[in-house]
Design a protein around this ligand. Structure first.
Ligand code: UT7
Length: 325
């Protein structure tokens, strides 16, 4: 098997920012509640008419420039998203056309907040066995398109954004191990009930606000901490490493309290944890993707460093990856 690593990164966040103060005017909430319960201060949100593939296009161009390759050199595009431009075709297909990546096979992956880690792992398999050479892997979400602005329990949490990476063969390091999992028996505690084949869109489903994210946050909290802790342990064991080997952990950014509880359980000091939740909120698959891009751009990841991606979300699904930079 070939060694596959990330050779370019790109992040795009929509220009518009929604602060906690703005939310105080929309629902019965406070900056104090949101900050202490979640760690979120503000989030980027799309402008009218801006969709997932628009964000992905901007992030992809940056990632391609960073990697020093052209769109026509791509032979695979994998997009992790649960908020595509439309139910079909895939964001990857729409993006292929925008980029002019005419030689790339394209598909989306639906694994919610673990989507980017799932997508990285899938693309890695194609490249490691030699089927494809250059892959563009993206985590993109426009969660505000499925956010119920009347529900204070969820609307304060989410944001929009995109992180893109280019994967290719590397001489050393790269993706060392990946661990993906799912517990479908708990699928009901975080979902969007309508708009699929179980409950197609009707006037009634719209009136009942069934096209928005429904979440039992409290129940998820504990499962998130335990699952992310376990995923980190398993993937490091697979890599024959311990936490002492990890230079930076890049977790899914659902809640700063979840992340710090995981770090504490694992004995990882806070300065080894990358956070962008304060500025971006929870962007599902885009959270780990953008956090990775930012950590690289800020110089928090240096050549040879070991980074640990650790994500958890609706499904319930989880994914963790150990990567040597
Ligand atoms: O993305 C991957 C999956 N998602 C997660 O992993 C999310 C996990 N869950 C969480 O992050 C947290 O559970 C939340 C941030 C969603 C909620 O925090 P919490 O500490 O679990 O609060 P809670 O839901 O238990 O609510 C506590 C109180 C309630 O009031 P009462 O019943 O105690 O009077 C809520 O009505 O806080 C109230 N509340 C709010 N108050 C002000 C809920 N949302 C708000 C709000 N502003 N926005």
């Amino acid at each position: 098997m070939k060694k596959i690593g990330i050779i370019g990164v790109g992040e795009y966040l929509p220009k518009k920012i929604l602060t906690n103060a703005d939310l105080e005017k929309m629902v019965d909430t406070s900056d104090e509640w949101i900050t202490t319960r979640t760690g979120i201060k503000e989030r980027h949100i799309v402008s009218e008419g801006e969709a997932a593939s628009d964000l992905a296009f901007n992030a992809s161009n940056l990632a391609l420039a960073d990697a020093g390759i052209k769109a026509e050199d791509l032979d695979l595009i994998v997009v992790a998203t649960i908020t595509g431009d439309m139910p079909f075709p895939s964001v990857a297909s729409i993006l292929q056309n925008k980029l002019g990546a005419m030689h790339a096979a394209c598909f989306d992956i639906s694994a919610a907040c673990a989507g980017f880690v799932y997508a990285l792992s899938v693309a890695n398999q194609f490249l490691a066995c030699g089927t494809y050479k250059n892959a563009l892997v993206i985590g993109v979400e426009v969660l505000t398109s499925v956010t119920d602005w009347l529900d204070r329990g969820t609307c304060v949490l989410f944001g929009d954004g995109c992180g893109a990476v280019v994967l290719s063969e590397v001489k050393s390091g790269g993706i060392i191990s990946s661990y993906l999992g799912c517990d479908g028996s708990r699928a009901n505690i975080l979902n969007m009930p309508a708009g699929g084949s179980r409950c197609p869109a009707t006037h009634e489903t719209v009136d009942k606000r069934m096209h928005y994210i429904k979440m039992q946050g409290n129940e998820l909290f504990k499962i998130a901490v335990n699952t992310m802790t376990k995923a980190a342990l398993v993937v490091l064991e697979q890599a024959k490493m311990t936490f002492a080997d990890v230079d930076l952990i890049i977790p899914h950014q659902a809640n700063a309290r979840i992340i710090m509880a995981v770090a504490k359980k694992l004995g990882i000091p806070e300065d080894k944890v990358y956070l962008n939740i304060e500025r971006c909120g929870n962007m599902s698959s885009a959270s780990t993707a953008t956090a990775l891009c930012e950590a690289v751009k800020e110089g928090r990841v240096k050549k040879g460093d070991i980074i640990l991606l650790d994500a958890f979300g609706a499904g319930l699904v989880w994914g963790a990856s150990v990567i040597q930079w």
